[in-house]
Write a protein that binds this ligand. Structure first.
Ligand code: AMP
Ligand code: ZN
Ligand code: FE
Ligand code: FE
Length: 299
């Protein structure tokens, strides 16, 4: 039995291994009603995904996952139902992706100094047309036999505190929320607790410090159902969602073959989340329109 809803997934447009078409076909086969594709800093997979979903029983939500950070920890912001063709939105995503290329190149240089040379050309080949990320560097290290698993690359070299880690241009968490809302989207805080496949993301987030910053910026959801989250974490996050009047969202964070996440549709997300997001999103759009915020352009 698969869940009807999966609001967190990656394709070859970033560091997933399934092309958008294959991911959508899998979700259709599994009987999902709604799938959100949320590639890192990219919506390049969305047109192909929408075309594949057309005429099927599956509704594809154009999404994105924006990587930001606070001292000591990563903060990932999910955007749903974004007007992804918005040029201001795309300009910012492009700048974020460009900073990923430069960072990957500098990580490769650091790895060479550490005695772990990998060919930059090979890393680029692995990333293909997708937004380049640390998993692509990790894959190159694995191919050269320097490590025996992808997590080992993060633990030993390219995790936030690793010797080959390099920073890059990032938005602040508030700016990422504003970017999503400016593109008429619904913003949700991804994997807020540091267990499961996102466990490389550093220290635990201080939600009581972060949410007073993000809710006024327009945050509307928080990811409560997630790969590896035990029931007590889900319950804890449902309480946080209630306290802050956020919709509890959820998804697998599916990345494809050879990764730590479970399959698409394999995290139990209640079907009612679909309507909760839709209603909250519609209300937010009405309120923005009433405040004279542009409906078709980024602020
Ligand atoms: P980046 O976007 O380049 O900062 O890379 C972060 C991505 O690497 C995450 O979104 C995951 O897809 C992946 N990742 C993070 N930690 C690990 C890990 N310990 N093992 C495997 N993949 C990881
Ligand atoms: Zn990823
Ligand atoms: Fe993430
Ligand atoms: Fe993700």
């Amino acid at each position: 039995m698969y869940s009807k809803v999966d609001l967190h997934s990656h394709t070859t447009a970033s560091d997933g291994t399934y092309p958008p078409r294959a991911l959508v076909e899998t979700a259709i086969r599994r009987g999902l009603r709604v799938l959100a594709i949320t590639d890192h800093d990219s919506t390049e997979g969305i047109p192909e995904a929408l075309a594949t979903a057309r005429g099927s029983g599956l509704v594809l939500w154009p999404g994105v996952e924006i990587s930001t950070d606070v001292p000591g920890a990563e903060v990932h912001i999910l955007g749903y139902c974004v007007e992804f063709r918005n040029p201001v939105f795309q300009g910012t995503l492009r700048r974020l992706r460009e900073s990923r290329v430069d960072r990957a190149r500098r990580m490769v240089a650091k790895l060479a100094k550490l005695g772990l040379p990998v060919a930059w050309q090979r890393v680029q080949e692995i990333a293909g047309n997708g937004a380049i990320g640390r998993p692509h560097v990790a894959q190159a290290l694995l191919e050269r036999g320097y490590i025996s698993s992808l997590p080992e690359a993060f633990n030993r070299y390219i995790g936030r505190t690793g010797p080959a880690y390099v920073e890059r241009y990032r938005l602040t968490p508030e700016e990422a929320v504003q970017l999503v809302v400016g593109a008429q989207g619904f913003a949700s805080l991804a994997h807020p607790v540091n267990v499961g496949p996102a466990a490389e993301t550093g220290e635990q987030l201080d939600l009581e410090a972060l949410l007073p910053r993000l809710v006024p910026a327009g945050l509307a959801g928080i990811e409560a159902y997630y790969t590896g989250y035990p029931p007590e974490i889900v319950q804890q996050l449902l309480r946080v969602a209630g306290r802050w009047n956020l919709v509890a969202t959820g998804g697998s964070d599916f990345h494809g073959r050879g990764t730590l996440t479970v399959g698409v549709g394999e995290v139990a997300v209640p079907e009612q989340v679909i309507d909760q997001v839709r209603e909250r999103h519609a209300r937010q759009q009405r309120e923005r329109a009433a405040q004279g915020k542009p409906l078709r352009q980024s602020a």
